[in-house]
Design a binder for this molecule. Structure first.
Ligand code: HEM
Length: 517
């Protein structure tokens, strides 16, 4: 007992010494990082070069893209925002970081995805987004068949089925009138794109539009997305594991596993039923997996059953929240700019004699509709942050700065598109800036190549054409059928938190059936 008492001052003293050593280590390391590290000449606040804690603070609060924009506004197009992360807001950086690069004598691979920013697949089987570059080529070649021009034409009937259902459900609400004609359009867009992509990926029926609510499976996806920022924090600071997980709602973790199980079951069921003569994603994937003689695996690249499950899982997430987000943003900006809204309505209602004439191909020709979508992608990109990549080899010059090998680099899409260095009146919704023969001279020098919402290079969005087709069809049909009015409670709708994707609140809109002359 006495021995224990005499040990206390010694233990206290040792703890103080250890604490002191740790403090000195952190201080010396921080000073080195901020003032002597190879990246120390890159603009940015010294505190952010000292430690990544300010970045993680804003990230976990859902405010990082806003802070990131402020830093670029203050320091210019190149900013070091943690000891090892540098971001760029130029068109040249998009090409250097994400594009195919041609070296002096040979092709150089694009920078690989940074493992800090991407969590490994839960099943252990790789998917197209998370796999390494070599396997990625195989995944992309198999999946590309499902996104070809031919496939898109075949998928139009599935798309139209869900868009018609959306219009019919909204029509029921409009008919009721009064407060019943007020709907949260952000939710209805989500119902539509989830139903659509669930059917296209698995032949699964989520039934969101029928029930007017989220299928439990879809609800798990939102929880899963919410975990992405937590995951990143832990990959940066594994020692915080126990603390952070104790703060995270247990429901989020359960949801992740549930989502995985549901995807696995649905994908396997769909695989077992074969090509089925349907024109969904899976029919293309399966056809090209077994197009050898007698139904044997093809000589070309193929995917394992585990990889098919993982990819179906990814397609649901990549292909639903993104398009619904953009449609919500476009609708919000149109309804807060009545002149732009009016012009688009006139274009759509004037272009077609009957609803049956509204096809994906015809919509591709509508000048103002396409300018509205581009401007909405600039103002409210579904993936607002930077997609992180790692600089390979000894390093690389990007935008005249030497960036050493191992540094994480990226272009934060929203910050780049809201920058006065790139766009005149960056906070203003001006679709005309995308129309060459209509824009004011002041917009002539806009750096339009900086807006790359689908990314560029070998790992850019595979679903871009499908996304445009969906977005044009849904927005055009909604505006063809209904007059829309934004309710006062949604006037600040775009002031949202961002946890990798925007945390969309209710976009309350009053619907009235359009009267055609
Ligand atoms: C407005 C809608 C969309 C936007 C803004 C968007 C954006 C993106 C971006 C930025 C990436 C690159 C991700 C990275 O580098 O990690 C990506 C990848 C991808 N997207 Fe989209 N996306 C949209 C819609 C869709 C749709 C509808 C689908 C399919 C149903 C889809 C399927 C994919 C796939 C498969 C990849 C991975 C491509 C690869 O790694 O080779 N996306 N998307």
């Amino acid at each position: 007992m006495f021995e224990n008492y005499t040990a206390i001052p010694f233990v206290k003293g040792s703890a103080a010494v250890l604490g002191g050593i740790l403090f000195l280590y952190v201080l010396i390391r921080g000073v080195y990082l901020a003032f002597f590290h190879p990246l120390s000449r890159i603009p940015g606040p010294k505190l952010y070069a000292f430690t990544d804690l300010p970045y993680l603070y804003y990230l976990l609060r859902g405010e990082w893209p806003y802070r990131h924009r402020q830093l670029h506004d203050q320091y210019g197009p190149v900013v070091r925002y943690t000891p090892n992360d540098v971001s760029f807001t130029t068109a040249n950086a998009w090409r250097t970081i994400y594009g195919h690069r041609i070296g002096a004598s040979a092709h150089i691979a694009a920078f690989p995805k940074d493992p800090k920013g991407y969590r490994p697949p839960l099943t252990g089987d790789p998917n197209i987004v998370l796999t390494n570059d070599e396997d990625h080529r195989r995944h992309r070649r198999v999946l590309a068949h499902a996104f070809s021009e031919k496939a898109l034409l075949g998928q139009e009937s599935i798309m139209r089925h869900y868009v018609d259902k959306l219009i019919s459900r909204l029509g029921e609400r409009a008919k009721l009138g009064g407060s019943n004609a007020v709907v949260d359009l952000a939710r209805w867009y989500n119902f539509t794109t989830f139903d659509m992509v669930g059917d296209l990926s698995f032949g699964a029926q989520f039934g969101c539009l029928d029930s007017g609510g989220y299928h439990p499976w879809v609800a798990t996806i939102f929880d899963d997305i919410r975990l992405i920022t937590v995951d990143e924090t832990l990959r940066r600071h594994p020692l915080l594991n126990a603390l952070v997980w104790s703060l995270v709602p247990k429901r989020w973790l359960a949801s992740r596993l549930e989502h995985l199980e549901r995807s696995r079951a649905a994908a396997m069921k769909r695989v077992e039923s074969g090509s089925m003569g349907r024109e969904d994603f899976m029919s293309y994937i399966l056809r090209h997996n077994t197009d050898g003689e007698d139904g044997k695996p093809s000589d070309g690249p193929t995917l394992t059953p585990g990889e098919i499950v993982e990819n179906a899982n990814i397609l649901i997430i990549a292909g639903s929240e993104t398009t619904a987000t953009l449609l919500s943003g476009a609708t919000f900006h149109l309804l807060t700019h009545p002149d732009k809204h009016g012009r688009l309505v006139r274009e759509i209602r004037g272009a077609f004699a009957t609803e049956a004439d509204i096809t994906v191909t015809a919509l591709g020709q509508l000048k103002y509709l396409n300018a509205v979508l581009k401007e909405a992608l600039r103002m409210y990109p579904p993936i607002p942050g930077a997609l992180p990549r790692t600089v390979t080899g000894a390093g690389e010059v990007i935008d005249n700065y030497w960036i050493s090998g191992g540094t994480t680099v990226g272009v934060p899409h929203w910050a780049a598109c809201q920058s006065e260095f790139n766009f005149h009146n960056p906070d203003e919704f001006v679709p005309e800036r995308w129309i060459a023969d209509e824009r004011d001279a002041a917009y002539e020098n806009d750096n339009r190549a900086v807006s790359q919402p689908f990314s560029v290079g070998p790992r850019n969005c595979l679903g871009k054409n499908l996304a445009y087709a969906e977005m044009r069809l849904i927005l055009a049909k909604v505006l063809w059928h209904f007059d829309l009015e934004l309710l006062p409670e949604s006037r600040d709708w775009n002031k949202q938190k961002i946890f990798v994707v925007w945390e969309k609140g209710a976009l309350n809109v009053k619907l009235t059936r359009a009267v055609r002359g």
